[in-house]
Write a protein that binds this ligand. Structure first.
Ligand SMILES: [Zn+2]
Length: 433
């Protein structure tokens, strides 16, 4: 166990050094090419005498500036080369892959780490590295793991993929060149302070050593509240099919057939700082018109994010699924205050003590089906993730039948309020079966 932890730490460090190095290496080669160009320009200009003296000067100045810029970049590139040379034999990679073979599924962090190590060992074109980064990105976008999202996005860019990188993931120099460095920095300070205060008040987790980097950049109130999400995650404010919705008529008749086939598996819980999430082992499925959507995780909101005719319920469970084409589908089960819920009892008895650390209690199994009602009548609409990055193209099915939860169980949920307000319908249809 210690060994795997050690390797995970090594790999985490490599993500930093490696990915940053790759970015700088790219910048270095661009700068090198510019110097060659400018040298030629200087030579040509010299031939055509005095009136061009000024342009020569300007070119020379730019060349000197670039040369100065090059020095530290070259240092970093050399460091990266040294790391790559040390890993070239591939035995470190083989070791890590063997260690991970026992795992049924890897966390986003481990996928990103594996991607970084593959890239450093086998080069940026390695398909295994690309695959690992893509998986890491898919997994981390469903939660809120900014560092992992950054590692995976930068990894893909370093490998030549044309994807959009979140502005906070870019190395400092690139941010500065975009002219928003000062604004960003002062904003970050504000975030940091807010976050510390909030962390302590909410749940007493606030002093972990990596807190500053792991700190979420969004929340449910004040400066980081839902109204501000769009600053950092544009889809949250610009999107036209956002979730959640206030569900009310008129409804369009739905003929879609939905059924859940959930399986019991070992319980794995995560407090990601925004909700309690249960990570589900492969094998549980939601069938939508016969098409299987694999259950990835489920999590809770208090109160329910969806409203029915303007009214929220005590809580909601969101079961998050994905089909083979990558399309997401969320099944929502509204929890209404009433009798004790035995499924919730098991879950709450195993709440993680620490944030952002997956907790798998020994010998505890759980069947997500325990949280479903018998009837499967639903409302349905096209929406989005209800948390940043608010990605759209998510199909929602909100069951009409509610499930009971005791008042004490609602109160025992570690988050007092973690529901995004309802969003504009913007002409979308709400279906009902
Ligand atoms: Zn949710």
């Amino acid at each position: 166990m210690k060994r795997i932890l050690l390797e995970v730490f090594l790999v985490a460090a490599l993500i930093g050094a490696g990915v940053f190095g790759f970015m700088n290496q790219k910048q270095a080669s661009v700068s090198k090419a510019k110097i060659t160009e400018l040298t030629a320009a200087v030579e040509a200009a010299e031939k055509s005498a005095k009136e061009k003296e000024e342009s020569i000067k300007a070119a020379e100045e730019e060349m000197h500036a670039l040369q100065e810029e090059m020095a530290p970049l070259e240092e970093k590139t050399n460091l990266l080369e040294a790391v790559k040379a040390a890993l070239a034999s591939g035995s470190t990679l083989t070791d890590l892959e063997n260690a991970y073979k026992k795992e049924k599924s890897l966390s986003a962090e481990r996928q990103a780490g594996l991607g970084a190590l593959r890239m450093l060992t086998k080069g940026a074109e390695d398909p295994g590295a690309l695959e690992a980064f893509r998986k890491a990105l898919q997994l981390s976008e469903l939660g809120d793991r900014k560092n992992t999202i950054c590692a995976a996005q930068l990894g893909l860019v370093a490998a030549g993929e044309k994807i959009k990188v979140m502005s906070d993931c870019l190395p400092k120099s690139e941010k500065a060149s975009k002219g928003d460095k000062e604004e960003k920095d002062s904003k970050d300070d504000g975030h940091g302070k807010k976050e510390d205060g909030k962390g302590k008040k909410d749940d007493g987790h606030g002093d972990k050593k990596d807190e500053k980097h792991a700190a979420p950049h969004w929340g449910y109130e004040g400066e980081m509240g839902p109204e501000k999400w769009g600053k950092e995650f544009p889809t949250c404010s610009a999107g036209k099919s956002q979730s959640p919705l206030d569900i009310k008529g008129p409804f369009v008749k739905s003929r879609v057939v939905v059924s859940a086939d959930y399986k019991e598996g070992p319980l794995k819980m995560l407090n990601n700082g925004h909700t309690i999430q249960v990570v589900v082992s492969p094998g549980s499925k939601l069938r939508i018109d016969g098409v299987a959507h694999e259950l990835l995780q489920f999590h809770f909101h208090r109160p329910s994010e969806e409203k029915i005719d303007g009214k929220p319920m005590a809580m909601v469970v969101h079961f998050v699924h994905k089909n083979a084409e990558g399309k997401l589908a969320v099944l929502g089960v509204l929890l209404k205050e009433g009798n004790e819920n035995p499924g919730i009892k098991t879950l709450w008895a195993n709440l993680p003590k620490e944030e952002n650390v997956e907790y798998a209690p020994d010998g505890v199994n759980f069947n997500p089906g325990n949280l479903l009602p018998r009837e499967f009548d639903f409302y349905s609409y096209e929406g989005s993730l209800t948390t940043p990055p608010c990605t759209e193209g998510v199909r929602f099915f909100i069951l009409k039948t509610t499930v009971n939860i005791a008042k004490e169980q609602v109160q025992a949920f570690p988050f007092k309020m973690n529901a995004r307000p309802v969003q504009a319908l913007n002409g979308r249809e709400i279906l009902s079966n």
